[in-house]
Design a protein around this ligand. Structure first.
Ligand code: NAG
Length: 366
């Protein structure tokens, strides 16, 4: 099924966003804002987005079955489903919607995809927005308690990385139902252009907990501070493995093995150490590297063409890495929707634009 998006006139778009920006409050302020502002905000967010078309399974897809009797949780435990986990917040909802649409559009069995959304506030509003744009989506929303992790966060080099929800990926094994054994975690600033079932089917071997594309040419040393490397016991962390950098924005996780090994606690232990002595500068990534680097199953690089947002400081335009592409990831400071709105897009942002569900008063299709 094809989905067309109509690009409005630039000047009209600017005018529209001037109006919109009056209502766009940061997610973290929602708990303290008055209910009338919440009402305005909720109707703004829900009606901001178009309804995506319905996507259908191809004939060879398995039919979903569920062990659970409770029909309100249809397919949540299905073994045939591809389970996808993402976080949702009011700031990145536009990116999340585009990511969801891209997953469905390139999946040969879109009706066999089950989304697990984690949010820390505005749950009913986000649920309404997703239901409005994806009326046929199999999904469940989970509330992540910020206080579970806020005491463990130390400030990083980019403040957006310090948001508690950014750490929710370490808690998926606790948040999702026990019956979900494998999940694909995806960031909100990416687009799939290939069937997610292929990524979800990555072999994890006898004992690997996690799979992700590895980058062994990246300078691994630079992800940790001299304090870390000069400490005799800490520097032994990687002594018996060959650690490589991987990006935590795209991961296949065996939740059963994660629970067995209690990896959430292992990650928290490194975060506690970070509070006492600064062993790294980035946010949620380094604890994952400390626990898993050198011990993960490899995924082809086509599944995370990362860095399209530019670096963590300036957000310069980046080109694709050589080789085939199944997933485009705007990691880094610059986000395609921000650059498109500002009329200063990078060339590759044009690949994101067709998945944008943002509705404008000036577009005729909605
Ligand atoms: C890797 O990074 C470290 C720390 O930032 C630096 O001292 C070292 O020279 C780098 N190595 C290479 C090969 O670039």
């Amino acid at each position: 099924m094809k989905f067309k998006s109509r690009r409005p006139q630039p000047r009209a778009l600017v005018a529209f966003f001037l109006i919109l920006s009056i209502f766009s409050l940061p997610a973290s302020s929602s708990s303290s804002s008055s209910s009338s502002i919440d009402d305005v905000k909720s109707s703004t967010i829900i009606h901001q987005f178009k309804e995506a078309p319905e996507f259908y399974n191809s004939p060879e897809c398995a039919s979903l079955t569920d062990n659970e009797e409770d029909s309100s949780d249809r397919y949540i435990c299905s073994e045939e489903a591809v389970h996808v986990a993402m976080t949702l917040d009011t700031t990145y909802i536009r990116g999340s919607m585009a990511a969801i649409l891209s997953v469905l559009q390139h999946s040969s069995c879109p009706q066999n995809t089950f989304f697990h959304f984690v949010c820390s506030s505005s749950a009913s509003l986000l649920r309404a927005a997703i239901s409005h744009s994806f009326p046929y989506l199999n999904f469940q929303l989970y509330t992540f308690d910020d206080s579970q992790v806020s005491g463990l966060i130390s400030s990083s080099i980019r403040s957006a990385l310090d948001c508690p929800l950014n750490y929710a990926r370490s808690y998926l094994a606790n948040l999702l139902p026990i019956c979900v054994r494998r999940v694909v975690y995806l960031d909100s600033d990416l687009i799939l252009v290939d069937d997610i079932a292929k990524l979800a089917a990555t072999p994890l071997g006898e004992n690997k907990v996690l799979a992700a594309p590895e980058y062994c040419n990246a300078n691994f040393t630079s992800y940790f501070t001299p304090t870390f490397w000069s400490n005799p016991s800490l520097s032994l962390t990687f002594a018996d493995r060959r650690p490589c950098y991987f990006n935590t924005g795209v991961m296949v996780i065996d939740l059963e093995r994660w629970r067995e090994g209690d990896y959430t606690t292992k990650i928290e232990e490194w975060m506690e150490l970070q509070k006492r002595m600064r062993i790294y500068d980035l946010g949620s990534l380094p604890p994952f590297l400390l626990v898993f680097a050198g011990n993960i199953a490899s995924v082809d690089h086509r599944w995370n063409q990362h860095g399209l947002g530019g670096d963590n400081f300036r957000g310069l335009c980046r080109d694709l890495h050589p080789g085939p592409v199944s997933l485009l990831h705007w990691s880094g400071k610059g986000k395609p929707w921000v650059r498109l709105d500002a009329n200063r897009p990078c060339p590759l942002d044009a690949l994101w634009a067709p998945y944008d569900l943002l509705n404008t008063p000036f577009s005729l299709d909605s």
